[in-house]
Design a protein around this ligand. Structure first.
Ligand code: PRX
Length: 653
């Protein structure tokens, strides 16, 4: 968030209480009910979470709710045996939900598929049996690189059913990123598709996977979902020895497959995310705690009711899709809408057409999308009947009050509460959020902690402050259990700051007089571009692979739509000069190593960067240059003149 945005937020005094109707019908209605339950959850978390877990199916009950004998390697529901896929699907087959729509899918070209819970059960069982038939066993790691089609949810849930660990890789990542992730966790199967649809074009997913796995000896099979519909198949190569068509391997499989009885602490999935080094981290989530946490947060934050049509526009390739498209809502027997495609195809009104068509009642999206909708114009939502909506959500980055107000007015008709939900890949589920039938909302604030979340704003010494670092003082069931293959990095990144006592998310925050949290943004070298986390160190290590580059520094800059963009300052080696050609080469390198979504807004070539006399790059100064701030005293720099030259280069760029 820029300084200006922060100032606007600080001056924000508007407050919007939920309507009486909403309060009366909500799962949790009214502030008193919230406070009482919150108090109980903090005073006796084991009782609180144990009671919640009772609402779900366990093959064997746990011995302890929370085992904190080996901090920070917490265990939840240890000794318990369960299966999250069973809780998402099988649990709903006994009664009226069996024939309820579990997934409503719309393709970019208007194709439709509806899977009831019974259909979903059968598809999952068939694919689970197919995976077993090709030798997949409990604990195997399976990479999934698919567009937003029902098979993505089916693949995720099938892995969960048989105890295989899924590692979903967002379909915008490049082959090198896939390779790194597959090798890091030694996946033996990759599930992909012939292609996917995006803004009228075909994404050649199989081709990208082929390039990725060419160097991965661990991969035994590539399972390929045929996504192309109509007469023309998406063209792709097929390696008869390694590749298997999804439809072939599921064809003759039985429609029942027992759900594996898993230990609560068995690994459920890995999801890679950026940190402050060049290497993404494989975040580990396990079965029981993640299950209970996503179940309860979905139920209360989205106030899920049987008749809701719930649409989260995230991709299952990110944590939001894992927790709030697949696992959380399905455990609550919600009807989930999935859309494969762009919000502006064939025009900028596509989302509102979908809301009208399926009578969507809960809509959960990202501030970057909201800012794009604002820019595209009010006429698109105005053309459609959005009266089915009753609740709106926001996630992924701080939402600026202007976008919040627009969302409330133009999409929510000044009728729908907005839940601005703060959380992370590592937290597994939502930690700070309004509850729609409880919390008077303030534009730009994620408001109050969820049950069991003891959040605080503190300084480096652990003292509470009005502005400072966000911390969480108690573990909760959905918390990450580690970084794959790197327990030291896990401890260092999240637990070192306050002697292992509190979880450190890496965000700065402010707490107002009402106890509301205002998340300011990252305090480390991670940038939220359109809500996608990008570690600046990742780009920096890519640039130096180019023979022309000696050193680089990448920073986050304010961006009207993306929230933040990236600016790269690149020092060239002697004998090289900045040119459009070189710029293109560097961009290609980033697209090839990470994906196009990580491209910077600007690249500035320079002979030097502002450094302290000890040689440390002063990123703060680079940020000030980028935002046009007064640079103040620069005499501590090794070479103060560099700042002026960078300033003019940045402006000319
Ligand atoms: O900086 C915070 C921001 O997104 C980061 C987490 O990114 P990721 O793991 O990719 O997960 C995104 C989806 C949960 C956080 O450290 N962030 C997320 N939600 C919010 C937010 N910042 C402000 N307000 C939010 N509601």
């Amino acid at each position: 968030m820029s300084a200006e945005q922060l100032e606007t937020v600080l001056a924000e005094t508007r407050s919007f209480p939920p309507s009486d109707d909403f309060v009366n019908a909500a799962h949790i209605g009214g502030m008193d009910a919230y406070k009482k339950k919150y108090q109980e959850s903090i005073e006796n978390p084991e009782k609180f979470w144990g009671d919640v877990a009772e609402e779900l199916h366990w093959f064997k009950k746990w011995d302890t709710v929370l085992d904190d004998s080996n901090k920070p390697f917490y265990k939840w529901f240890d000794g318990g045996k369960t299966n999250i896929c069973y809780n998402c699907v099988d649990r709903h087959l006994d009664g009226a939900n069996a024939n309820k729509a579990a997934i409503i899918w719309e393709g970019e070209h208007g194709e439709e598929r509806v899977l009831t819970f019974r259909d979903l059960y059968r598809e999952i069982c068939k694919f689970s049996n197919a995976l077993k038939s090709i030798g997949v066993k409990k604990g195997d790691r399976i990479a999934i690189y698919l567009p937003m089609v029902p098979e993505l949810a089916i693949a995720v849930l099938s892995c969960a059913r048989i105890g295989a660990v899924h590692s979903v890789i967002f379909a915008g990542f490049s082959s090198e990123s896939i390779k790194d992730r597959v090798l890091d966790s030694e996946c033996n199967i990759v599930i992909t598709s012939d292609g996917g649809s995006r803004r009228g074009k075909i994404l050649p997913l199989k081709k990208i996977v082929d390039e990725a796995v060419a160097d991965c000896d661990c991969v035994k099979n590539v399972v390929v979902v045929k996504c192309s519909s109509g007469a023309e198949p998406y063209p792709c190569d097929f390696n008869e020895k390694r590749d298997l068509w999804y439809h072939d391997i599921v064809k003759d499989q039985p429609v029942h497959c027992p759900a594996e009885e898993l230990d609560a602490e068995d690994m459920l999935f890995l999801l890679y995310t950026s940190g402050t080094t060049g290497k993404p981290k494989g975040i580990i989530h396990t079965t029981g705690g993640y299950m209970v946490y996503t179940y309860l947060t979905s139920k209360y934050v989205f106030d899920l009711k049987p008749e809701d049509v719930y649409w989260c526009t995230a991709d299952v390739g990110w944590i939001t899709g894992h927790s709030y498209i697949v696992y959380g809502p399905l455990q609550n027997a919600a009807t989930v809408l999935m859309y494969e495609g762009a919000p502006n195809f064939p025009d900028e009104g596509r989302f509102w057409e979908i809301v009208e068509k399926y009578a969507v009642s809960i809509f959960y999206t990202a501030p970057t999308a909201i800012r794009a909708f604002m820019k595209w114009g009010d006429e698109f939502p105005e053309k459609r009947d959005l009266s089915s909506l009753r609740l709106l959500g926001s996630v992924g980055e701080p939402i600026n009050p202007e976008a919040w107000m627009w969302y409330r007015d133009k999409i929510g008709g000044n009728r729908c509460p907005i839940v601005d939900t703060w959380w992370q890949t590592e937290t597994g589920g939502i930690l700070i959020t309004p509850l729609p039938g409880v919390t008077p909302t303030k534009p730009g604030s994620a408001t109050l902690p969820f049950f069991g979340i003891d959040a605080a704003v503190i300084d480096e010494d652990g003292k509470e402050q009005q502005a400072g670092l966000l911390s969480v003082r108690k573990p909760w069931p959905g918390i990450l259990r580690g970084i794959y293959g790197d327990p030291e990095r896990f401890k260092e990144t999240y637990w070192c700051k306050w002697k292992g006592e509190y979880y450190f998310p890496g965000d700065g925050a402010r707490k107002d007089d009402d106890g509301y949290f205002w998340i300011v943004g990252r305090v480390d070298d991670v940038v939220n571009v359109s809500g996608h986390r990008i570690g600046t160190a990742e780009l920096e290590s890519i640039y130096v692979e180019h023979p022309a580059v000696a050193e680089s520094a990448v920073i986050g800059i304010p961006h009207e739509i993306k929230g933040q963009g990236l600016a790269s300052f690149v020092i060239l080696r002697k004998g090289f000069e900045g040119s459009d050609e070189l710029l293109k080469e560097l961009n290609n390198l980033v697209a090839q190593k990470i994906g196009k979504f990580a491209l910077p807004e600007k690249i500035v070539f320079s002979s030097d960067l502002p450094k302290t006399r000890s040689g440390k790059i002063m990123r703060r100064l680079l940020r000030d240059i980028a935002t046009g701030k007064d640079l103040g005293n620069v005499t501590t720099l090794a070479d103060p003149s560099i700042v002026e030259s960078l300033k003019s280069k940045y402006q000319d760029n």
